[in-house]
Design a protein around this ligand. Structure first.
Ligand code: ATP
Length: 518
């Protein structure tokens, strides 16, 4: 990570804590690694992201319904889904530092470094040749660049092969060939690579041993698959249709860093779309486009998002792509879109002995539908929104002097607090009384806040720092003319509006219609 990006990431992390967005879990006991609690503003922002997803996927979509299934499921579920046997990460320990790493991540990082060398050469040439630079030609003809790129490709091929064949020895050989050292200690004293299952387990009641072993779900999808027929029959759905849900998932992640990017307890927003076999690629394309629009409709620039095709397909998929977001530490997976074939329904049918087929009234046929899923981590989306919104900029202060402010430029519909009500001064009871009256008038409509501490400029800064899109200031004139000043967070524009209009105006500017009527 470049130092300025590293700095930015640190700033975002501490901003999240300082302003009550995110706290480390059980902090008074020195925290629990990769587990976090959401504070007052964090939980509002998180709820708003959930709401946006639910509205777009369930409320606004004609062919999707929502459910809320339990975290615990029958243990056979995880046998059928492949998680007991195949939900493994390849791990390697460093004997000197005693640190544990994911072997595939170490290798990927080493390959990225080689690619970065090629990109650096290309960048240098671009600066040297200026306008006349033919990048495509340079990439294929410059000896140093082609050497780096060919090397990176052949290493990627070896990694893909080793991962798909579960070949732990081949992974170890890659680590040795690449001379990868422990990022922490620099030591190359490695153990063998071993498989490690990512599911947490616990014990059911008083049943000892394997029989009573329960897993904390590592994904929400299986709750949808096992309920497929219940939902389809009770709501009389015709294929194609989807089932959506938002809920907690748990993974015993080894590489647990980067704040809320990789957590051991997190939330997923998943949707499984059931289609006729043979039509899955059409729907796969449909969902790629639909989901990308969901992101850009929030104002996320297209340059910050990209598709990344999976080369190493999971055991259940026949096509898979990630939507990557440019976090401060680079482009990383934010969401996955997977064509899962009939793998899950078929396995559950076999394992349970219950038919999980759809009867098509048009063709009079029974079949197991194919599935295209979209799966996004709520916490990762939170981090993406925070990284994008966090801005440091110079603006004129109350006296007209340039001053730095930190502002969260969140989409107004996502902002935790929509409007702050501020009496110009707090020692005038009439102003306080009117401001309180306004606060109670708009409270039922959206989250709002009353603040009378400190000078008005400082109060504006506090609202900027939590991303409040509108501030209403009640001054002496307000007592006479029933008007207040409405200040807009990003443009700093101020306008006088009538007290009776506040609710309507703020609701209009911060409501979901803004996004859905684009
Ligand atoms: P990764 O490769 O980063 O481990 P994955 O491919 O295993 O992710 P999926 O199983 O496809 O992830 O899960 C779908 C989504 O759930 C991911 O795109 C991500 O947003 C989110 N997610 C997965 N694991 C975590 C985690 N440990 N912490 C936070 N979010 C996660």
């Amino acid at each position: 990570m470049a130092t300025n990006q590293e700095d930015l990431f640190k700033k975002i992390t501490s901003h999240c804590k300082e302003y009550g967005f995110i706290f480390q879990s059980s902090e008074i006991y020195d925290g629990l690694s990769a587990v976090y609690d959401y504070g007052p503003y964090g939980s509002e922002l998180k709820n708003n992201i959930k709401s946006y997803w639910w509205k777009s996927m369930v409320q606004m979509h004609d062919h999707i319904i929502g459910i809320d299934s339990a975290i615990f499921m029958h243990p056979k579920t995880w046998k059928a889904s492949g998680h007991v046997d195949a939900f493994n990460d390849p791990l390697i320990d460093n004997k000197d530092s005693k640190k544990r790493y994911r072997a595939d991540v170490l290798i990927e990082e080493a390959i990225e470094k080689i690619m970065a060398k090629a990109e650096k050469e290309i960048e240098k040439a671009r600066n040297r040749f200026g306008e006349s630079f033919d990048e495509a030609l340079y990439r294929t003809t410059n000896p140093r660049v082609t050497e780096y790129l060919t090397k990176a490709q052949s290493l990627t091929d070896r990694l893909t092969k080793a991962m798909s064949e579960n070949d732990m020895e081949a992974l170890k050989n890659l680590i040795l060939d690449l001379e990868i050292a422990d990022p922490d200690s620099g030591s190359r004293n490695w153990t063998e690579v071993r498989q490690f299952n990512l599911m947490f387990n616990t014990q059911l009641g008083n049943i000892a041993g394997e029989e009573g072993k329960l897993y904390l779900r590592p994904e929400t999808a299986q709750g949808i698959f096992v309920n497929f027929l219940n939902v389809q029959k009770t709501t009389r759905q015709k294929i194609p249709f989807g089932i959506a849900q938002i809920g907690k998932a748990f993974r015993n992640e080894i590489v647990a860093r980067q704040f809320i990017f990789r957590m051991r307890e997190f939330e997923q927003m998943e949707m499984q779309f059931f289609v006729k076999p043979g039509e899955e690629m059409k729907w796969y394309e449909y969902w790629k486009e639909y989901r990308m629009k969901w992101h850009t409709a929030l104002g996320t620039p297209e340059t910050k998002l990209k598709f990344h095709n999976h080369e190493n397909l999971a055991h259940y998929a026949n096509a898979a792509v990630d939507i990557q977001f440019e976090f401060p530490f680079g482009f990383r997976e934010l969401e996955g879109i997977h064509s899962r074939t009939d793998f899950d329904l078929k396995s559950h049918q076999e394992m349970s002995g219950k038919k999980l087929q759809y009867f098509d009234p048009e063709s009079n046929e029974n079949f197991i539908p194919y599935v295209v899923e979209t799966s996004i981590g709520l916490d990762r989306m939170f981090l993406a929104m925070m990284s994008q919104a966090y801005t440091e900029e110079m603006v004129p202060d109350a006296e007209g002097q340039e001053a730095q402010r930190i502002v969260l430029k969140l989409h107004p519909a996502l902002a935790p607090i929509k409007c702050a009500v501020l009496p110009l001064v707090k020692n005038k009871p009439e102003l306080v009384e009117l401001a309180r009256k306004i606060q109670y008038q708009i409270k039922p409509l959206f989250m709002c806040q009353y603040d009378d501490k400190d000078a008005i400029g400082r109060r504006y800064r506090r609202q900027d720092a939590i991303g409040t899109p509108y501030c209403v200031t009640v001054d002496f004139e307000s007592l006479e003319d029933g008007m207040v000043t409405l200040r807009e967070r990003d443009s700093l524009r101020q306008e006088r509006i009538s007290i009776t209009e506040i609710g309507k105006i703020v609701l209009e500017k911060t409501g979901w219609e803004q996004i859905f009527n684009q």
